[in-house]
Design a protein around this ligand. Structure first.
Ligand SMILES: [Fe+2]
Length: 337
């Protein structure tokens, strides 16, 4: 028998066809309420609300189809004052995860990348209206690392940092698209290497490094990707001292979008469970990054520090290394992968 998942009525757009059958929950089980091809309308919504019904159900086997419905209607849902801000955050974040999953499977598809750009528009819109919502979105992030979660998280962190730095709305959008796509080149690196639970050999590390130029090529061949969105893809592993890759750029050679995504990328990689490393607390990850101000831009780190909240107030921006990192110290290689 099918499992069912609940759907909040507030998400269903008036006069749209869901393409998914809707069910009511009764004492005897789930009952078909509305067939997939009949538009949902105001009268139906009113009837349900009059009867105290706030949720309908869909078979869980149709959740991917429903997610596409939500994605197609994301702008309308995010603009709807009746939809709670908590719901909007969840939908926007989950849509970025869903499209990141498809990007990794099909990284050169103009259709999928176009969908990704629409979702980033929604994310930017949400961040701009939702002051203080960043910490709530972080709570939605799964604790385990995957390229999918990581891509969605780096987009969220980058947009939030960019907003704090005063980046314009259109630039935030192009930054967000680049951040969501920053690791698409990893689709060409063998999974066995990406998930190796031990230190990489230098040959393996060189193969991982190639993801940057693979990603750049994929994205630059895609007419849907804005030019500025190539910057995060190309520069997220560059470091101010020149120890990064692929070109070993230093200082002012690294554009702002590269500096932002470098911090976002490293912070997320440190604060999620990896096959070779348990997640660090956000406090410890910030503490480590703050010992690396020769490699990470101090202004960008400062914005992340502010965004992460007042409990990080006793962390200070300083250039001197903290020596007491105990067992949570990361090998240098892990800071730049
Ligand atoms: Fe990367």
């Amino acid at each position: 028998m099918n499992d069912f998942i609940d759907i909040d009525l507030e998400l269903l757009r008036i006069d749209t066809i869901l393409g998914v059958d809707l069910y009511l929950k009764s004492s005897s089980g789930f009952v078909l309420y509305r067939s997939r091809n009949i538009p949902f309308n105001e009268k139906v919504r009113g009837n349900l609300l009059n009867h105290g019904v706030k949720e309908l159900y869909i078979p869980s086997s149709e959740s991917a189809k429903f997610n596409r419905y939500i994605e197609n209607n994301l702008a309308s849902i995010l603009a709807d004052e009746k939809v709670s801000i908590e719901r909007k955050r969840k939908i926007a974040y989950e849509s970025s995860q869903n499209v990141a999953r498809e990007l990794i499977q099909d990284p050169t598809s103009p259709t999928v990348v176009k969908r990704a750009t629409k979702i980033v528009e929604g994310l930017v819109d949400l961040h701009q209206k939702d002051d203080g919502g960043f910490q709530k979105i972080i709570q939605l992030m799964p604790g385990d690392y995957s390229i999918i979660n990581h891509s969605a998280n780096v987009a969220t962190y980058s947009i939030a940092i960019g907003k704090s730095l005063g980046v314009s709305k259109n630039d935030l959008y192009e930054l967000g698209v680049g951040a969501l796509l920053h690791d698409i080149g990893k689709s060409k690196v063998p999974m066995g290497i990406l998930n190796k639970p031990a230190r990489l050999t230098s040959d393996e590390f060189n193969m991982v490094k190639e993801h940057v130029l693979y990603g750049l090529k994929m994205a630059s061949n895609n007419p849907v990707v804005p030019k500025q969105s190539l910057i995060p893809i190309l520069n997220h592993h560059e470091r101010l001292t020149g120890i990064g890759y692929p070109y070993g750029k230093s200082e002012s050679e690294i554009p702002l979008f590269g500096l932002i995504t470098a911090v976002a990328d490293s912070f997320d990689a440190m604060t999620t469970n990896r096959v070779y490393q348990k997640a660090l607390s956000s406090f410890k990850a910030l503490e480590i990054l703050l010992t690396e101000t020769d490699n990470y831009d101090i202004k960008v780190l400062g914005e992340l520090l502010k965004l992460m909240g007042p409990d990080k107030a006793n962390l200070k921006l300083k250039a001197n290394p903290i020596t007491d990192l105990n067992s949570e110290e990361l090998p240098k290689q892990k800071l730049i992968i």
